[in-house]
Design a protein around this ligand. Sequence first.
Ligand SMILES: [Zn+2]
Ligand SMILES: [Zn+2]
Length: 346
Amino acid sequence: MTRTFCPKCGNDVDALYGNVCRQCFIGDKKLLESPAVIHMRICPTCGSIYRRGKWQSRGEESEAIIESVRENLKINKQARDIGLTITPKQLDYSRYMVHVEAKANIEGIPIDAELDTEVRISWETCDTCSRIAGGYFEGIVQVRAEKRLPTQEELDRCRGIAEDIAVRAQEKGERLAFIAKVVKLDEGIDIYVGSSKLGKQICRAIVDTFGGKFSESPKLVGQKDGEDLYRITFAVRLPEFVRGDIISADDKVIEVQSSGKLVSGIDLETGRRFIENFNYILEIKKLGSRQDAVPAVLVAYEDTSILVLDPETYETVAVKRPEFLSAEPGDEIKVVKTAKGIYVLP
Ligand SMILES: [Zn+2]
Ligand SMILES: [Zn+2]
């Protein structure tokens, strides 16, 4: 193997790179540079970080630190095949020491470098948190039920739906998609939302889940920077009937499975499925609920009816025989007594 010497340092070497030895070649190149201290602004309440001129929500704090260091690194423009390892180590509440290792090629020569930098966090309340703290909201979603009180389960689910939508919108960068507060009232709940867009999304999702309907009415509350400021009241009405309700719909008696624009359930006289547009039913009335069901003894089958022992009077009464009934005479079955008579439940 031919040996040569480096004209710069005079050392004996195997090969030259750009007329100097490898050591001298690398010595001229700076692969990696970073400010000694990198400053970050983080919201102590929600953890949002201030980046590229605006607040953004984020996940893990250490991920945000790594991202911030990566953005502040200056890497030699000639470098190719760059591999970076960034390792943050927390020093105290507001400081991280971050070690950076880099591997790359410059003009085909493998070169590596490492450095340390410090990340300092200044804790500042973000735009969203300061609005929440200041009591800001753009809309109120009023959740009520049509001609009845909403159940606790319905209200819990509505609240859950609202929170899920707010989280997803925040993840998409909608800073005002926050829920300022939820107020519990006798007749339902009021959900105060940071943006009217969020309010509308919540209404749509609640109606998708439960049926029912919503309306919106804007109210002028003042002016800001010469523009009218509105607050929007969204009135959500959960449907009048819920799963398990026994209703009379014109000439039929139905156990409701779902109710919204469409009412669906089981026809308790025939046992067949029932589905009808709410608006096409002329007379609709609640007769009872599955919760009112009582056990009764099946006495005998007849053609289109059955005989059961009335659980209160102990008289034998004839009841319409639904398709789903498969009990034997002598068995106990579930019935519900209503103003329109006794019905067997599936
Ligand atoms: Zn040299
Ligand atoms: Zn915040």
